[in-house]
Design a protein around this ligand. Structure first.
Ligand SMILES: [Fe+2]
Length: 291
């Protein structure tokens, strides 16, 4: 099938053309089969993205906790935030804290894979950062296995996902570094795992810093405990279809400078083209056009 045929192939997601152009066909094949694919640092192509993201995350973590953080020694602070446990805490609401995050959420190697499943108008649901340190227990014996389709509280989950996730690896993932894990193919079951289910089939996803995991909203995933000293840092850019509730509100946080420095797709990703949630007599006006 050649490029001249794309215009006639109305049933194929427009992102597929980009996937072909970017050489992401194998990644798409893995997403179909396993529910997850790993983009290598070479595919991401800009090592500076991860280096800058790591630096930004450490700066934000130190500003918010008041404590020094050291990737090698594991020195860290703590925050009373959702998801905080004895071996990790999460950073929330930091998109506007550094321009590198603007690049990550609309990266040309990750976004086409997300758009293939969620559509060309999908939006950013949230941006979060996990900071983990050494601990024997981690998420416990069930490895914290879950899917990201929690809007469907009791299931069943739709075969066509409503959410997709990307996990930017800022420090190496190995088993003893507390690697991310998945149950390959579990996205096809279209349901949440029962407590303890799937652990025997969970495999670690080992990948060097600079890699990005892209995974289906239905796939069962969790993490092994980090046994090595030091810190494990990762950033999740989580997306959803435009007709679903987002986790995070970006309204009122995106400066004119940020909007001017990015294109239409960025404005859409951060909900600034959203007409709903209107509050004035003009009715459904896109957020960025409201006075
Ligand atoms: Fe998750």
């Amino acid at each position: 099938m050649n490029a001249a045929s794309w215009a006639e192939a109305a049933t194929i997601p427009s992102a597929y053309k980009t996937i072909r152009e970017q050489g992401l066909e194998k990644n798409l094949e893995e997403l179909e089969a396993y529910g997850l694919t790993v983009l290598t640092p070479e595919q991401i192509g800009e090592p500076r993205v991860v280096e800058r993201a790591r630096k930004a995350v450490l700066r934000i973590a130190e500003e918010r906790t008041g404590a020094r953080h050291d990737i090698e020694t594991g020195e860290h602070g703590k925050l009373e935030a959702d998801g905080s446990t004895g071996c990790q805490y999460l950073l929330f609401s930091f998109l506007e804290e550094d321009p590198v995050f603007e690049e990550m959420i609309q990266h040309p190697m990750t976004l086409p894979l997300v758009e293939y499943y969620l559509g060309a108008q999908c939006v950013l649901s949230s941006l979060t950062c996990f900071i983990k340190w050494a601990d024997d227990i981690g998420y416990g014996p069930n490895l914290g296995l879950h899917d990201d389709s929690s809007l469907y509280r009791a299931g069943p989950l739709p075969a066509i996902p409503h959410v997709f996730n990307t996990n930017w690896i800022l420090t190496d993932y190995t088993l003893d570094n507390g690697a991310f894990c998945i149950v390959p193919g579990s996205h096809k079951l279209c349901r949440h795992p029962k407590p303890g289910e799937g652990v025997e089939h969970a495999v670690p996803v080992e990948a060097p810093a600079g890699s990005v995991l892209v995974f289906h909203g239905n796939v069962w995933h969790g993490a092994f405990p980090r046994k090595n000293p030091g810190l494990r840092l990762s950033v999740n850019a989580y997306y959803c279809g435009p007709h679903y509730r987002v986790q995070e509100s970006f309204w009122g946080r995106i400066s004119d400078e940020m909007l001017a420095g990015n294109g239409d797709r960025f404005r859409e990703l951060v909900h600034y083209d959203d007409r709903w949630g209107f509050q004035d007599a003009r009715g459904p006006v896109p957020y960025h056009q409201r006075g």
